[in-house]
Ligand binder design. Structure first.
Ligand code: NAD
Length: 487
């Protein structure tokens, strides 16, 4: 298994020759190791990316499209291998990781084509002898810093549009899940050396160097609010462009007309996919008081029937959490809620059948309110706290009573409620009767503490382009408004 990094088209170990272990969260055993890059490795990648930028930026849209389609083709060709590796280090069920590879390939195909259509414009000039143009051009070198929950998809949402726009990139995967990304050293083979570089290691060293180094020109980051804020601060001191996709605390409103045969599994899916470790996981459910009892009873019954296990087992619905400290946070939120008076209707503990692995039982809670941390802070685990509401205005107010604004969900067929919901809820994505569906053509991102950036769609390509206004006069002549002619 190649675990070398990729710098200037060459597979290399770290400068110091050091490695770090990567664990399977289902068994807590070491399943591989990755190079422990330091600042020197980051700088080598930055030099390579800057050198490659000179020719990559002038490649034609057609040439770039062919190469990006080739990357997509290679992802599809190796889906099984990539998905198996990702299940081993990330814990998600294999089926979900196969989907992740499919979506990632689709993203490369999408931006291969989109970049052929979007460019600047010619604008009216102020003199007849002039041509005035608004050009869109790449930033240069983009550092793509990625989390562990969807490491390949979130890498693709950055790398595909960044390359399509003519930038070169340095990928820094999470230290929890670097191995699948390292396999991409081969997937990116068709690209010229230095156009894509991959460095592994810790955020505080190699990640930070990518942010502060004056020869990276943009930082595309997905991860926690705390890290995003630190990166924003470091970048602001250098007036460097950032693209931030941060955490969430998504609300799910279930109206009184909801079909419970659909809403119960729909809410469970939105809350428990990837063991609740999706940035748009439902972390708060608001259900109309008239149906709160049957909804909750059926939700508990549904959740109890879900099967926990390693992602490699085809019968598994829900895998482990990624690591000890992440499970500890979930436990703190649930235990604190319990001690404050919440009712734990199912779950609320480590499953006794697993001696090892970072498993946590899917948990349904009621008797909670917004004074509980589990209703305010990102839990990032398999928890479904349910609150009843009386009026739709109250449900919207509950949904908005949160620092985050990534996504939101609603089940109803009442068009008046739908309109009020998408007009008033502060969230970057509003799903109606369609929890958590992705669409490459639509922008994805958040409001408030979730970051203001957008990936995917036309906005996702625009993000990697900057604007230049060109004034071109065909005549070299003195202007009437210069010294000493002006009156
Ligand atoms: P994290 O912030 O701990 O780490 C993300 C990446 O940043 C990692 O590669 C890490 O090594 C790097 N990093 C850490 N410190 C750094 C520093 N000082 N400078 C540069 N890089 C640094 O996040 P995580 O635990 O890997 O991911 C989970 C978080 O990601 C959750 O909060 C989740 O909501 C969020 N997320 C958001 C989206 C979205 O699209 N909005 C998608 C997925 C995950």
């Amino acid at each position: 298994m190649p675990t070398a990094m990729l710098i200037n088209g060459v597979r290399v170990p770290s400068a110091t020759g050091e490695w770090f272990d990567v664990c399977d969260p289902a068994t807590e055993t070491v399943v591989g190791r990755a190079p422990m890059a330091n600042e020197a490795d980051a700088r080598a990648a930055i030099v390579a990316a800057n050198r490659a930028f000179r020719s990559w930026r002038t490649a034609t849209a057609h040439e770039r499209a062919e190469l990006l389609h080739e990357v997509a083709r290679k992802i599809r060709e190796r889906t099984d291998e990539l998905a198996t590796q990702l299940t081993l280090e990330g814990g998600k069920p294999l089926l979900e990781n196969r989907d992740e590879m499919g979506w990632s390939a689709a993203c490369f195909d999408y931006y291969a084509e989109l970049q052929r259509n979007t460019r600047g414009r010619v604008i009216p000039s102020v003199e007849p002898s002039q041509l005035a143009m608004v050009l869109k051009e790449p930033y240069g070198v983009v550092a793509c810093i990625v989390p562990w929950n969807y490491p390949i998809l979130l890498m693709s949402w950055k790398v595909a549009p960044a390359l399509a726009a003519g930038n070169t990139v340095i990928i820094k995967p999470s230290e929890m899940t670097p191995l699948t990304t390292l396999l991409f050293a081969e997937i990116f083979d068709p690209l010229p050396p230095g156009v894509v570089n991959i460095v592994t290691g810790y955020g505080a060293t190699v990640g930070r160097e990518l942010v502060v180094n004056r020869d990276t020109h943009m930082i595309a980051f997905t991860g926690s609010f705390a890290t995003g804020r630190e990166i924003a601060r470091l970048a602001a001191e250098r007036v460097k462009r950032t693209h931030l996709e941060l955490g969430g605390k998504d609300a799910f409103i279930v109206a009184e007309d909801a079909d419970l045969d659909v809403a119960v599994p729909g809410v469970a899916w939105a809350a428990l996919l990837n063991a609740g470790q999706v940035c748009t996981s439902t972390e708060r459910v608001y259900v109309h008081s008239s149906i709160a009892k049957p909804f909750t009873e059926r939700l508990v019954e549904f959740v109890r029937a879900l099967r926990l296990g390693p992602g490699s087992d085809p019968n598994t619905d829900i895998g482990p959490l990624i690591g000890a400290r992440y499970r500890q946070k979930v436990e703190e939120h649930v235990d604190e809620a319990r001690s404050q008076g919440a009712s734990i209707l199912t779950g609320g503990r480590r499953p006794p059948q697993f001696a090892r692995g970072f498993f946590y039982e899917p948990t349904v809670l009621t008797n909670v309110d917004h004074s509980y941390r589990i209703m305010r802070e990102e839990t990032f685990g398999p928890t479904i706290p349910v609150m009843a509401y009386r009026t739709f205005d109250e449900a919207i107010a509950f949904a908005n009573d949160c620092d985050y604004g990534l996504g939101a969900n609603l089940y109803t067929n009442d068009p008046k409620k739908v309109k009020q919901y998408y007009e008033e809820v502060k969230a970057g994505t509003c799903w109606v009767n369609d929890p958590l569906t992705d669409n490459d053509a639509g922008p994805f991102g958040g409001m408030k503490f979730s970051g203001g950036s957008r990936e995917l769609g036309e906005e996702g390509l625009e993000a990697f382009l900057e604007t230049k206004h060109v004034h071109w006069d065909f005549n070299q002549e003195k202007k009437a408004w210069w010294y000493p002619y002006r009156t």
